[in-house]
Design a protein. Sequence first.
Length: 69
Amino acid sequence: VPKQLLKLSKYREECVRSAVTTLAEHFFQWSYHISFPELALFPLMSFRKFLQMRNSENLRHLVKPFVDQ
């Protein structure tokens, strides 16, 4: 991926949206498994850290509902 494309906010938003959607589908698939809390812990911690580090409201708007569930 070219560096110029990485700097575009639209590209970053789409990457975050894709990550959240993929993880949501994965968590939905494993939501009734006994080890679900351990499975979800580290990705959710990473997303919380991501929320603390980012100032962009668009990115925060995508991730916050996922973390708050």
